[in-house]
Design a protein around this ligand. Structure first.
Ligand code: G1P
Length: 275
């Protein structure tokens, strides 16, 4: 049973300026709710009972938001990443919270599926437990031209119905990408990850990459697996305007109260444009 999750929300959101000048990107609304609330709802629906947010400067509105929420079962904890030194460094801040138990990491700017109806984390937990894994990552197929935006896995075969990962590489260009399977914002780790993060050297931008720590697990012979998202679970990334707009429009069009009205309004607008 995995009951704990870590949600890193300390990123600066520079690709979403000026919207993120004084508010976290994780608090941007996608239709009715802020991005991070979808992430929390998804985790709760996948059996998670306690969540640690790794926050930073300008992120206090996230704490205020969940103070006032209606979440009956989920318990929230907060810690801070002193300076933004990469995703690996953010996860390292969860060492005390995780203790000796495995845990989920869910990126606070990634929604899985329309209205976050994803069971991917439950499938990942199953793979983790049945295969004595050290790590399981969610993956999604991306166009070859886009591999440079993601962590990419090199699959090595199937074990107990799960894809084993031989290697991972952070943001390789298309010529270096070992596949088109990109890490998609959800991970499960054994606490061994902390020792590996500590051994990772910072990249050229001074960031400690989480992907590099997982790669160290692979080379140490530990079992790492990938679970693919279904098309209904596609990842909505609120890290840049193009994908934020797409997420907002899709969620608004599917709104139970205003969706139909909005569809009609857009249909009329496009009819006029088409004339
Ligand atoms: C991070 C990870 C990358 C992953 C991506 C989407 O990158 O480093 O491996 O593919 O999230 O989950 P970022 O989007 O923060 O640059």
């Amino acid at each position: 049973m995995i009951r704990s999750a870590v949600v890193p929300v300390a990123g600066l959101g520079t690709r979403l300026l000026p919207a993120t000048r004084s508010q976290p990107k994780e608090m941007l609304p996608v239709a009715r709710k802020p991005v991070v609330e979808y992430v929390i709802d998804e985790l709760a629906a996948n059996g998670i009972e306690q969540i640690l947010f790794v926050t930073g400067r300008n992120k206090t509105s996230i704490e205020d938001h969940f103070d006032l929420g209606e979440s009956a079962v989920t318990k929230f904890f907060y810690t801070r990443q002193g300076s933004p030194r990469g995703l690996g460094d953010a996860v390292l801040a969860a060492e005390h919270f995780a203790g000796d138990d495995p845990f989920v990491v869910a990126l606070g700017d990634s929604i899985l599926g329309l209205h976050a109806k994803s069971q991917a984390v439950s499938r990942m937990i199953e793979v983790f437990e049945h295969n004595a894994a050290a790590c399981v990552v969610a993956v999604e197929e991306v166009p070859l031209a886009e591999t440079g935006q993601y962590g990419i896995v090199a699959p090595s075969g199937v074990e107990n119905g799960a894809v084993r990962v031989a290697h991972l590489i952070e943001k390789p260009g298309p010529e270096k990408a070992p596949s088109r399977l990109a890490i998609a914002g959800r991970y499960i780790f054994s606490p061994r990850i902390f020792a590996e993060i500590r051994r990772v050297e910072a990249d050229q931008r001074g960031e400690i990459q989480l992907t590099d720590a997982i790669e160290r697990m692979c080379t140490a012979g530990l079992r790492v697996y990938a679970v693919q998202l279904t098309p209904e679970e596609r990842r909505y990334d609120v890290g840049n305007f193009a994908s934020y707009f797409e997420a907002f429009v899709e969620f608004a069009l599917a709104d139970p109260v205003h969706g139909a009205e909005l569809q009609e309004m857009l249909r009329k607008k496009f009819e006029v444009l088409a004339v």
